[in-house]
Design a protein around this ligand. Structure first.
Ligand code: COA
Length: 185
């Protein structure tokens, strides 16, 4: 499957409806993290209006990507550039609709997201907060190379505390093509 990440900055009403419908296709996530079967439409719109950004970050730092398989929206990913440190990005959410979960798509989408973030100048580390009641997510993010930092926070909109994990981005390969060994030689 050839996935594509497509950034959405100012979503149309149709795109907001599509994103909401996608989120409704992952009811288990909302159930185990927020105790409800789906997010409200206003919660999806709030991703884009800057109202949930931490102090000092702007809408330009917020990167929200539709995950597309051809023309079909199968997931959403978001990352905030420069949070919590200038050289760090925080992944806000990586969600694959339940009909497409468990087939390697989350891994592929994460790899595309990591490659995108690694291309932003100065980026060194990635951070993610996971709601403690979302057990499967810990397995996934550890598989993606993240490790718990010990930082925890309680936000009353979630069923459990948030635990933070980080990953160091691979260093960009600055060698010229002539220096890179060819496999098998
Ligand atoms: C977490 C999520 C993105 C994983 O996507 P996915 O397409 O189902 O995962 P993949 O099939 O690519 O699996 C990648 C790896 O994670 C592991 N994994 C994924 N989900 C798992 C689960 N529920 N239980 C155990 N392992 C799991 C897989 O075994 C696989 O490991 P391997 O390649 O070493 O064998 C997806 O399940 C999802 O969107 N969940 C709801 C939203 C969410 O919780 N997001 C994370 C918090 S932001």
């Amino acid at each position: 499957m050839a996935l594509l990440l497509q950034r959405i900055v100012w979503p149309s009403r149709a795109q907001l409806n599509e994103l909401h419908a996608l989120c409704c296709k992952a009811p288990n996530y909302w159930l185990i993290t927020e105790g409800k079967r789906m997010p409200g439409r206003d919660a999806i719109a709030a991703w884009f209006d800057g109202s949930e950004l931490p102090v000092g970050r702007s809408i330009g730092d917020q990167h929200i990507f539709a995950i597309l398989d051809g023309e079909t929206l199968i997931g959403v990913a978001m990352a905030l550039r420069g949070w919590r440190y200038p050289e760090q990005a925080q992944i806000g959410l990586l969600l694959i609709g339940e009909p497409w979960q468990g087939r390697g798509i989350g891994r592929e989408a994460y790899q595309l997201l990591e490659r995108e973030i690694a291309s932003w100048p100065g980026m060194q580390t990635l951070r993610i907060g996971i709601i403690a009641s979302n057990g499967p997510a810990f397995v996934f993010w550890r598989r993606m190379g993240f490790a718990e930092t010990g930082e925890r926070r309680r936000d009353i909109s979630f069923l459990a505390e948030t635990r933070f994990l980080e990953k160091r981005l691979p260093l960009p390969d600055t060698r010229s093509a002539a220096e890179i060994p060819i496999a098998g030689l």
